[in-house]
Each structure stands twice: as structure tokens, then as C-alpha cells.
Design a protein around this ligand. Structure first.
Ligand code: ATP
Ligand code: MG
Length: 251
């Protein structure tokens, strides 16, 4: 599996007797921008939670590079190179942008070390690196601002930068374009293309089809906990199951 970075194998998960994931199997190719789409409640976030170690699957396995991660705690998966953002923004609203971004380094530097007031104030390796990353993605303008004072679009971008601070090889994003206007979505697409060009594989969930179509090469579609399509973007519109379940015939 040299070209495969992530392999989801026969994953099933139930909550209180309700099957939310049913035998889900697919692979993400190294270097790809891969989308996971489907109607509300299809199980996309639950699958992200299984991949990132928040939920243990009832059955099935998750392989990342050469490792079987199924039993690994979340922190260990981040250390191994798998990082994510959440559907609802999870930044610390009263900390600055720089401090929030530096918190994304905890898997590498340790939380105790990072939270030393000195490390937020002096030019530590982590701080220099965080500043450089903010600059690279053109959000250094906001570096010292409190997160709660910033527009939603900027906060979404900061969340992605924070996830990048763990130096992942696979970055998972749960609805990064949700709530963004057209201009912010265009900016996010450009930004994620740059992330992808730097060699990081992307797996993202989103409902914004123009965004998915213009960014991703590969798509997996879920419906009622089952995978109903796995293939390229153009093929989506020719697939009857996908049209019936999600896109609609005139979408
Ligand atoms: N911790 C939980 N306990 C019980 N049920 C849950 C839990 N997490 C998710 N579910 C249920 O699992 C189903 C799938 O939810 P999930 O959040 O994975 O969907 P989704 O595809 O991400 O939807 P959306 O597009 O709305 O974000 C839903 O019916 C949801 O209510
Ligand atoms: Mg979701």
C-alpha cells in the first residue's frame, strides 16, 4: 500500500443500537485532496471521529501509512502525523491568534512546556515557527489579536493553521467552508491548495459542492452510514445512487 496514506477497512459503529457506520471501506491516496460528502446525519463526522481516535469502532480497522492505528489514543495519532479540525470552531476565544496556533504544537513540545508563560512571551522555537506559519499563510496581520474579535472566515483559517502546527502528513478538515461567503471560500481554496502543494494529504468533509469540485480530485460519498460512491469528481454526476441520495438530478 505504498501510495495509500489512509485505509479505512470495514468500519462499523453504533450508538444505542443505531448503526451509524456500516462496513465502511475506502482508501486515501498519498498527496491527494480527497472529499467525504453526503447528506446530514450520513455519518461523516462519526467516521472522522473514528479515524482521529475520538470513537473506537465496533468493528473494522484504521491504517495510517504502515501502522494500524485502531487502538491508538488521539494524541498518539497526532504524533504519528494525522491532524484534524472540527465542524464547530474549537479555538480558545480569549487567547491571541498566535497563542491558539501555538497550542497546535502540543503533540510535539508537550502541553506543560508550551503553557509556560515564558514560551508564549519569549522567542522559543515554537513561537518562531508559529509566527512563520502565520506569515506564510498571510494571517500574521492578526497575530496578536484575540480570536473572539476576528471575522468567522479568519477564525476558520486559524483553525487549519493550528492543525498544521502538529506537522501532519494527513490533514482532516470537517466542513472548513461552512458559513463562509464566496470571497472567503475562494481564499480558503487557495490556502488549501498551498497546503496540498507543500505535500500534505487532505481529507475533507463539506457540503459546498462547487468548493469540493474545484478543490478535490477524489470523492467518497456516504448515505445512512454506508459508502455509496468512491471515485473521481466528474463521475459523481453520472452516478445514479449519488444523484438520488444527495446531489439531486438538477444540481
Ligand atoms: N455520540 C453520539 N451519540 C449518539 N448518536 C450520535 C453520536 N454522534 C453521532 N450520532 C448520530 O449519528 C448519526 C451521524 O452523525 P454525524 O454527525 O456523523 O453525521 P454527519 O454526516 O457528520 O452530518 P452533518 O452533515 O450534519 O454534519 C446522526 O444520526 C447522529 O445523531
Ligand atoms: Mg458532520
Amino acid at each position: 500500500m505504498s501510495d495509500t496514506i489512509l485505509k479505512i477497512s470495514n468500519v462499523s459503529k453504533s450508538f444505542g443500537g443505531v448503526k451509524v457506520l456500516e462496513n465502511v471501506t475506502f482508501e486515501v491516496e498519498k498527496g491527494n485532496r480527497h472529499a467525504l460528502i453526503g447528506p446530514n446525519g450520513a455519518g461523516k463526522t462519526t467516521l472522522f471521529n473514528v479515524i482521529s481516535g475520538i470513537h473506537e469502532p465496533d468493528e473494522g480497522r484504521v491504517f495510517f501509512e504502515e501502522n494500524d492505528l485502531t487502538q491508538f489514543p488521539s494524541r498518539k495519532r497526532i504524533e504519528k502525523g494525522l491532524s484534524r479540525s472540527f465542524q464547530n470552531i474549537r479555538l480558545m476565544p480569549h487567547l491571541s491568534v498566535l497563542e491558539n496556533v501555538m497550542l497546535g504544537q502540543y503533540s510535539r513540545f508537550g502541553i506543560a512546556d508550551l503553557l509556560k508563560p515564558l514560551n508564549f512571551s519569549i522567542e522559543s522555537t515554537g513561537k518562531i515557527e508559529a509566527t512563520e506559519t502565520l506569515k506564510r499563510f498571510r494571517i500574521d496581520l492578526y497575530e496578536g489579536r484575540t480570536v473572539s474579535s476576528l471575522p468567522y472566515g479568519v477564525r476558520k483559517k486559524i483553525e487549519v493553521v493550528r492543525a498544521l502546527m502538529a506537522k501532519p502528513r494527513l490533514l482532516m478538515l470537517d466542513e472548513p467552508a461552512a458559513g463562509l461567503n464566496t470571497e472567503e471560500t475562494d481564499e480558503l481554496r487557495k490556502f488549501l491548495n498551498e497546503v496540498s502543494d507543500s505535500g500534505i494529504t487532505l481529507l475533507l468533509v463539506d457540503h459546498d459542492m462547487p468548493f469540493v469540485n474545484s478543490l478535490c480530485q477524489q470523492v467518497s460519498v456516504m448515505n445512512f452510514g454506508q459508502l455509496i460512491y468512491n471515485g473521481n469528481v466528474p463521475g459523481l454526476r453520472k452516478d445514479k445512487k449519488v444523484l438520488d441520495a444527495y446531489l439531486g438530478s438538477d444540481d
